[in-house]
Write a protein that binds this ligand. Sequence first.
Ligand code: GAL
Length: 369
Amino acid sequence: IMKKREYRIFPICLLLALAVCFLAACSSGKGGTQESPGASKSTSKSTSESANGSGNGVDDSGESTEAAEKKLRIGVAIYRYDDNFMKLYREELRQYLEEAYNAEVVVRNARGEQEEQISQVNEFIEAGYDGIIVNLVDTDRAGVIADSCHEAGIPLVFINREPKADEQARWKTEKMVVSCIGTDSKQAGTYQGGIILETEKRGDFNGDGVVSYVMIMGEKDNEDSNYRTEYSIKALEDGGMKTEKLFSGHADWNKEEGRKLAEKALALYGRRIEVIFCNNDAMANGAWEAIDAAGRKTGKDIYLVGVDALEETVQYIKEGKVTGTVLNDHTGQSHTAADVLMKMIHGDEAETRYLVDYVKISTISTLQK
Ligand code: GAL
């Protein structure tokens, strides 16, 4: 009797097992078809994409395909990839857009060529992107890009290299969905001068009442270069110091160019140099190498300041190689850019211009805060 029962139970188990297998195969097949459009979609656009895992493992409600298709596509055009500060900026921007907004982000390098950047933006437009972020090569060409995006009905945000005031005013009068995220470069310059005023000798090692300085500037005709230069000296003078410019030159935000200019200045003016101002940290890092090679000692017989708060410079400040820097808040700026773009994509009104504050960094205690 027992045997008979076993025989009867066995086919039932077999049937159940087959049914389970069948159901499992069905559901995994369903998941597979849902994932593949998403996967092939991301590979087809993967030229400059990081791996995009979302959409996988979404339940089988049928909504995952729709959600993947609705992912906002954002194009980002950067003036050049070999700029240390903009590297931090673009990496943070991509990560934030992907993580906070689940956006699909494509970033392009214009390699310092405005025409190349214009065609990159046109490609974004032709591909029907939902929003575009541009770090201009030449701020005078903002209008061309703004017009193309406006005609295509695609919201646009300019970052870092700000279009001129009259161009910004036009966005408002012509009701264009365009905004820009910038900083107050006068503030950065003022902080640099302030850092020198806070030093023991107020920048005046030889005690003659005059701060003799070298100015290593970024690019020519760049707002950051101009205002940081002007306001760092203005701050010293407002603080009661006389100033004397010994040497200045443009090193295009570049470390090696900064090193070369500082080397030249030190060869020409030697011990007369009391302060080296650099419009950014990359150039200050280069200038430190020249200072070191010339046998000078930061804080003992020369002061050196930059802007950006690059990791390497912050380390140099801790080691006493650089006197101070000003934090150029790439996190705040990139998040604001993304938030403003998203606002505009969703049809909300945005301001024409947003400013993100700089933060003065001159001592180890500030760094540790
Ligand atoms: C400045 C920054 C520089 C450089 C420049 C590019 O804000 O301090 O290091 O990145 O932008 O325009």
